[in-house]
Design a protein around this ligand. Structure first.
Ligand SMILES: Nc1ncnc2c1ncn2[C@@H]1O[C@H](COP(=O)(O)OP(=O)(O)OP(=O)(O)O)[C@@H](O)[C@H]1O
Length: 319
């Protein structure tokens, strides 16, 4: 079957993938059956022959999902690529926040599969148009540097497995062309057009504004991701030198730090006490109070301000 993308596309993809995962390593591709991940499959199969396996997660939440997984399995068989269908095993199918719950399940299953099959990394097909949608969505929610940076090209999925996104600089139209040229019919997930999802609304908005170039927005997201990584790099020695244990809690030394580093230091202190991060606006209010020398309670902690901040578990309330 001659479904291989153009040599220039394979070369471009291979260069990007090799910068994320060592060329000798076997990788897994996450293929939903949509055009983006089918293009990823074709590119990976051509760029790393014999070192690619594919998996489709059947979330069991839409009646068509069985057929979609079977179609990807059949295509992989024709391409000579090993394929696994990973079935979500819900003790209780999610009723609220379904997309986020399904995503968490998907990454868990993909990670288990990668470890079982000895794959160094899982690749997903997130692309520049996704990044642009994410940035706009998060701007509309008032996100900070981290949120606006969108998806990273590489992060750990677990201790043994990397999650890589080798298509972040590719446009969706390029991926659609690769699949169409190969004569493959992709599935269309109806939830991608569901106006109840923020992402669908921003997709429509971007498509209608032909004066906005998603690749430029994606370049901004990439610059913000670099800035976010630089801030984390600057924070690491501050965590070691400015957070210390004290009787019944921990002390934080915030003096002279810019507000964004104070904010990250405070988040690190929450982490050290085993408390998950509070919502952004709540954290900003607490930060202002601490800098004004006040005491506040947040996420079950008592925070006392001043030149040094003291964080301790909130005493149990008396009834
Ligand atoms: N059912 C699936 N089986 C295998 N891979 C999938 C499945 N759904 C999504 N993926 C992978 O994840 C990529 C992103 O998919 P999609 O944009 O639908 O997910 P998302 O939930 O919006 O993104 P994220 O996972 O970053 O939150 C796809 O291109 C594909 O590589």
């Amino acid at each position: 079957m001659d479904s291989a993308p153009q040599p220039s596309a394979i070369e471009r993809f291979a260069a990007g993938l090799d910068s994320l995962v060592a060329p000798a390593s076997r990788i897994g591709v996450a293929v939903s059956g949509g055009p983006d991940s089918l293009a990823l499959l074709l590119l990976a199969a051509a760029a790393r022959p014999g070192k690619v396996a594919a998996a489709t997660v059947d979330h069991g939440l839409r009646p068509e999902s069985v057929e979609e997984a079977a179609m990807v399995a059949e295509l992989c068989e024709r391409l000579g690529i090993p394929h696994a269908t990973l079935n979500a095993d819900w003790t209780r199918a999610p009723t609220s926040n379904q997309q986020a719950v399904a995503r968490a399940m998907r990454y868990r299953l993909l990670d288990q599969w990668a470890r079982w099959d000895g794959l160094a990394a899982i690749a997903t097909a997130h692309h520049a148009d996704d990044q642009a949608e994410t940035l706009l969505m998060r701007l509309a929610r008032g996100s900070g540097v981290r949120g606006l940076g969108g998806s990273r090209a590489s992060r750990s999925l677990s201790e043994e497995v990397l999650l890589v996104r080798p298509l972040l600089e590719w446009r969706k139209a390029e991926l659609v062309t690769i699949v169409a040229r190969a004569g493959i019919a992709a599935f269309d997930d109806p939830s991608n057009h569901d106006p109840r999802h923020d992402r669908s609304r921003f997709r429509v908005l971007l498509a209608a504004a032909d004066w906005i170039d998603p690749a430029r927005i994606s370049a901004s997201a990439s610059a913000l991701r670099d800035a976010d990584e630089a801030l984390d790099w600057a924070l690491a020695p501050l965590i070691a030198s400015r957070i210390s244990p004290c009787e019944g809690g921990i002390l934080v030394e915030p003096t002279d730090l810019p507000r964004e580093l104070q904010r990250r230091l405070l988040l690190a202190a929450f982490g050290e006490l085993g408390v998950s991060a509070p919502r952004g606006p709540e954290l900003m209010r607490a930060l202002a109070a601490l800098n004004a020398g006040q005491a506040v309670t947040l996420s079950g902690l008592k925070l006392e301000g001043g030149p040094q901040w003291r964080l301790s578990p909130e005493p149990p309330r008396r009834h």
